[in-house]
Ligand binder design. Structure first.
Ligand code: NAD
Length: 391
């Protein structure tokens, strides 16, 4: 099943004022010939790369796997062979400056622990490649700014892998809110967390202050920070936050656990956000409007996201998200950006804004909820609700 922009808008009751910025939807676009697909090099062969991204590239319309970069040569050779890549499409971290001379690679997708994003992004940009970088963008504002500067200097695209900007259910909610289908929105609630397992190497670095940056907040909370902003299409002017961390729990020697925050927006909307690495898994949000609620639960899983519209106290049957691979959609979008067929929706500046807001959250939490002003004047360049059309 495909979902067109027309049916999305119809469902949302949106007005013609939301005219598309790009004429062709991804659902209408035909898949490129294999030789015309944009070549991606995946840097880091961990859980996300092996479980989601490489499978996503198999079903992508305009993107294809062109190379792998890993510190584990045996694993890299095995993954390359399984995916039909030639031996010379396998790179190590210390020799991947060579990608500059590899015309098969147009995009480098950085899928490493957060503290390594900046180094590998900048390296790839200097090699003349476009970069898709995983969230959170970096572990410091300084690094995020350096990544943006490197993209400008190299005249290459830098996109942050905010998959929800390209996911049909999230786009549906954005459009319903823009169209005021339940009246004005008054409050947003986001809850993004799970139980971290320190025996899993993939979680061990997430609990490490240096490698993760800020633990649950950067890993899970960032989805809520970003969602409040894209649901409302405005930016917070002030934040207050509180943290609650059990320091006797061996998981939280270096990072905070439970953090709750409150964003105030210029329109008067208040967004409550919560994250934790020690509560039951949840990735949900809710928009409370004048005449009803939009409840997305789950809102940001890899599949099966579900929207419930509650109007006048009455829950309507859930609207399931259409099937399709979120990661393929996101990489196809990047491929279209590179080919000049789609606007950049989640540039480095979007990642930096979330980094700055997360820093404000931590600053407020350190002062037990003191108000931190966040009205530094950032505005997103492109509204996903208007620009993104996906199958
Ligand atoms: P992972 O731990 O499973 O994989 C990380 C890879 O980096 C491993 O292959 C590991 O060998 C390699 N690595 C290189 N240097 C390392 C070092 N110094 N320490 C530890 N590992 C090192 O992690 P993951 O879950 O694949 O996450 C990778 C990135 O993707 C993170 O930035 C994470 O936030 C992001 N992510 C995004 C999503 C999403 O939905 N967009 C989901 C999961 C992860």
């Amino acid at each position: 099943m495909t979902i067109s922009r027309r049916s999305l808008l119809g469902a949302a009751g949106a007005s013609a004022a939301l005219a598309p910025a790009v004429a062709q939807t991804q659902s209408q676009a035909k898949a490129a010939e294999p030789s015309d697909k944009v070549g991606f090099a995946i840097v880091g062969l961990g859980k996300l790369s092996l479980g989601q991204l490489i499978p996503g590239l198999k079903v992508a319309k305009n993107a294809r796997l062109a190379a792998v970069v890993s510190g584990h040569p045996d694993k890299a050779r095995r993954v390359a062979a399984e995916n039909g890549l030639p031996a010379d499409a396998v790179y190590g971290y210390d020799d991947y400056d060579r990608i500059a001379k590899d015309p098969r690679i147009q995009v480098v997708y950085v899928v490493l622990p957060n503290a390594l994003h900046a180094e590998h992004t900048i390296k790839a940009l200097k090699a003349g490649k476009h970069v898709l970088c995983e969230k959170p963008m970096a572990t410091s504002i300084k690094d995020a700014e350096a990544m943006i500067a490197a993209a400008k200097a190299a005249d290459r695209h830098l996109m942050i892998a905010y998959r929800c900007h390209y996911e049909p259910m999230n786009l549906d909610v954005m459009r319903r809110l823009r169209a005021r289908s339940l009246g004005r929105v008054r409050q947003i609630n986001t809850t993004m967390g799970r139980q971290a397992d320190p025996s899993d190497p993939s979680d061990a670095w997430r609990l490490d202050g240096e490698l993760s940056g800020n633990g649950a907040l950067g890993d899970m909370g960032v989805y809520g920070v970003s969602a409040a902003r894209y649901l409302l299409n405005e930016e917070p002017i002030a934040v207050q936050a509180w943290a609650q961390t059990d320091r006797t729990d061996p998981r939280f020697k270096e990072t905070e656990d439970l953090i709750n925050w409150q964003f105030r927006f210029p329109s008067g909307v208040i967004a409550n956000g919560s994250t934790s690495f020690a509560y039951a898994p949840t990735m949900a949000f809710e928009a409370i409007c004048e005449q009803g609620r939009l409840v997305a639960d789950p809102a940001a899983f890899y599949g099966g996201n579900r929207l419930t519209v509650v109007k006048g106290g009455q829950a309507q049957p859930p609207v399931p998200a259409p099937p399709g691979d979120q990661f393929a959609r996101e990489m196809d979008w990047m491929a279209d950006v590179v080919r000049g067929k789609a606007p950049m929706v989640s540039p480095g500046e979007e990642g930096l804004q979330d980094m700055r807001l997360m820093q404000a959250i931590l600053e407020s939490a350190a002062k037990d909820g003191a108000t931190v002003r966040t009205d530094w004047g950032y505005r997103r360049a492109v509204d996903p609700a208007v620009a993104v059309n996906v199958a």
